[in-house]
Write a new protein. Structure first.
Lengths: 252, 64
């Protein structure tokens, strides 16, 4: 673990792992999308419109999962001042914002035919929008500082404060009377899940694909972040100058 | 095939949703690759400049 904490070691490790993660992510996404768009039957109430679920729900899970990952890395950055944790926390934010944006837009495209409106200020939708602004706030605060390490720590603090939003999003459909439908997949009590197996398995495969994608994306972003932060260091000089074959061509 | 593409009349909602998913993730994947390429180019330029400055300095030292 300590070995991996050193930037050059992490850089090499992430570079080796990333293509495999992305390959498995793409393969499982292909299986999941085939299962969701072709094999799964239409819903008896929502027809084929429900098929948005196979990207909407995994993206929504990712928007929360990435936020939690960012907050944990941020906590490590604040308490132990680990440079790698600072970079990981900050590189989580753009991908988290991307998944939150997907959740909001696909939800809108689902809401229009089902509820008759693109948007409503309901508890679930509003708290997810707040999450999007939290991600943008973290990115904005980080880039506002001249000293990037101080910026990362300030933004990590904001990320930690914003974590109160996660349970609000999760329980919003129970605490308030929302237009958004309730939970259909219950991991703690699978018997309570109200989704047919033919619809459930593509959803879970897509959830796996998005998690793997996130890790692959995060490793790539973190490598670039380390390269930028450590640009004066010897290992970066050797990497950039000594082995041009590794840095030109396809970015890995 | 056309029947499948019609998505039971919901094609105008289902396919844009999938397009959004793909487009946003494509941005997420390729934007850092561009940042990385720009960064490597900058670093290599900086190192090259340092090196020429270094050789010029040693040559100047030798001539005095």
């Amino acid at each position: 673990m300590h070995w991996l904490g050193s930037p050059p070691n992490f850089y090499r490790f992430a570079g080796a792992l990333r293509p495999w993660l992305m390959a498995v992510a793409l393969a499982s996404a292909a299986v999941g999308l085939y299962g969701g768009l072709v094999l799964a039957p239409p819903d008896y109430q929502q027809g084929d419109a429900y098929r948005i679920i196979f990207i909407h729900v995994p993206s929504a899970w990712m928007s929360l999962f990435i936020y939690a990952t960012m907050a944990v890395a941020g906590l490590i950055a604040l308490v132990w001042r680990v440079k790698l944790a600072e970079v990981i926390a900050m590189e989580c934010a753009p991908t988290g914002a991307a998944f939150t944006l997907i959740t909001l837009l696909t939800g809108s495209l689902w809401g229009k035919p089902m509820w008759g409106t693109w948007w409503t200020w309901d508890a679930r939708l509003t708290s997810e929008l707040v999450l999007f602004f939290l991600y943008l706030g973290v990115i904005g605060l980080y880039t506002a500082f001249e000293d990037r390490r101080r910026g990362a720590r300030a933004a990590s603090l904001l990320a930690l404060v914003g974590i109160v939003n996660l349970p609000i999003i999760h329980y919003s459909v129970q605490w308030w009377n929302t237009l958004h439908q309730g939970t259909t997949v219950d991991f703690l009590d699978p018997a309570r899940s109200s989704i047919a197996p033919a619809m459930l398995w593509p959803l879970l495969v897509m959830a796996l694909a998005t998690h793997l994608y996130f890790f692959a994306s995060l490793l790539g972003r973190t490598r670039t972040g380390l390269l930028s932060l450590e640009s004066g260091k010897q290992w970066v000089r050797v990497l950039v100058d000594g082995q041009p074959a590794q840095t030109t061509g396809a970015p890995t | 095939m056309a029947h499948w593409f019609a998505m039971g009349g919901y094609a105008v909602y289902v396919w844009p949703a999938y397009a959004v998913f793909l487009a946003v993730l494509a941005w997420d994947w390729f934007a850092p690759a561009l940042r990385r390429r720009r960064l490597t180019r900058e670093l290599r330029g900086k190192l090259a400049r340092e090196r020429t400055r270094g050789t010029r300095a040693t040559r100047a030292e030798a001539s005095t």
